[in-house]
Design a protein around this ligand. Structure first.
Ligand SMILES: NC(=O)c1ccc[n+]([C@@H]2O[C@H](COP(=O)([O-])OP(=O)(O)OC[C@H]3O[C@@H](n4cnc5c(N)ncnc54)[C@H](O)[C@@H]3O)[C@@H](O)[C@H]2O)c1
Length: 278
């Protein structure tokens, strides 16, 4: 029997928190570069009453994204797309960050924008990190937002990036701009698309960082941010569920910063000291 389908790229804590809130009664496709992550998440969801399948997908590959769409359409119409896959500055090289986070996300939006169902919705997980980059020129914004996907990695100010933090920040800024660009295309199919830019969210990796050698720096930042703590995957999940649900239908092409006030404080408050190091 054909069902509505919810597709999750990146079966980590943030992705799972979102998908649990929107997928009751649907078929959930869990896609991850590491099939064991997707299978582990599928088991957790199946044990909680969801119907799920797992597939190995590299977000940085158009062929893999097309194979993911083919897999998803076997179960029914794709109603929801969540992109919570990504690599961070401490995990990957400049080239890998740009290929996965910047190019891969743009291709994902392009290809799913051709098949998303009427009344459907998508969410891309960007990052507060994109909000720490100074303002780009209108021309740079337009290039990131509208360049054909195969030309994105050849844009001169992108090829000039040499450090991983900058690669991550430009990728996350590009995610937000691509979402703005895609909102018009997705609207032709009656679908919405938005991005969420989280601050530090406690996941197994973030927890390791908090208690690792650089932990004191992170703990100080969290103490000084307006909320005084890190966020939880569930708080990101609640925001995504609102955007993707009935009450969010007037919201599309937008980015939502959810960071306990960290960005506000980074630019104008107690966290300005980070400008010299982050
Ligand atoms: N945790 C945070 O504090 C935080 C803050 C801001 C933004 N984010 C963003 O949220 C997203 C999810 O992060 P998370 O903290 O849940 O991390 P996570 O590591 O728990 O989950 C990310 C998942 O993406 C998968 N993945 C990595 N490369 C991939 C690829 N090429 N193709 C497909 N899957 C791939 C990993 O295997 C992993 O399962 C990322 O885009 C990250 O940049 C996280």
């Amino acid at each position: 029997m054909s069902k509505d389908v919810a597709v999750l790229l990146g079966a980590g804590s943030i992705g799972q928190a979102i998908i649990r809130r929107i997928s009751a009664g649907k078929h959930v496709v869990l896609a991850d570069l590491r099939i064991e992550n997707a299978e582990k998440a599928a088991k957790i969801l199946e044990d909680a009453g969801f119907e799920a399948s797992a597939i190995s997908v590299n977000l940085g590959s158009r062929d893999d994204i097309l194979a993911l769409i083919e897999h998803a359409q076997k179960f029914g119409h794709v109603k929801y797309l969540v992109n919570a896959a990504g690599v961070s500055p401490s995990q990957a090289s400049v080239q890998d960050i740009l290929r996965v986070d910047l190019y891969g996300t743009a291709v994902l939006l392009e290809e799913f924008g051709k098949v998303i169902a009427e009344g459907g919705s998508g969410v891309v997980i960007s990052s507060q990190s994109g909000h720490r980059l100074g303002a780009l020129s209108e021309e740079q914004n337009t290039l990131l937002a509208t360049s054909p996907t195969e030309e994105l990695l050849r844009i001169p100010f992108i090829t000039a990036i040499t450090d991983t933090l900058k690669a991550y920040q430009y990728s996350k800024r590009c995610n937000v701009l691509r979402v703005m660009y895609e909102a018009s295309r997705w609207s032709k199919r009656g679908a919405t698309i938005n991005s969420i830019s989280p601050g530090i969210i406690i996941t197994p990796l973030a927890n390791d960082e908090l208690h690792g050698p650089r932990g004191e720096g992170y703990r100080k930042m969290l103490r000084l941010c307006p909320a005084g703590r890190a966020g939880t995957p569930d708080e990101v999940g609640d925001m995504a569920a609102f955007l993707m649900g009935e009450k969010g239908r007037w919201i599309t092409g937008s980015d939502f910063l959810i960071d306990g006030g960290t960005t506000a404080s980074y630019w104008y408050g107690d966290l300005q000291y980070l400008k010299t190091t982050h």
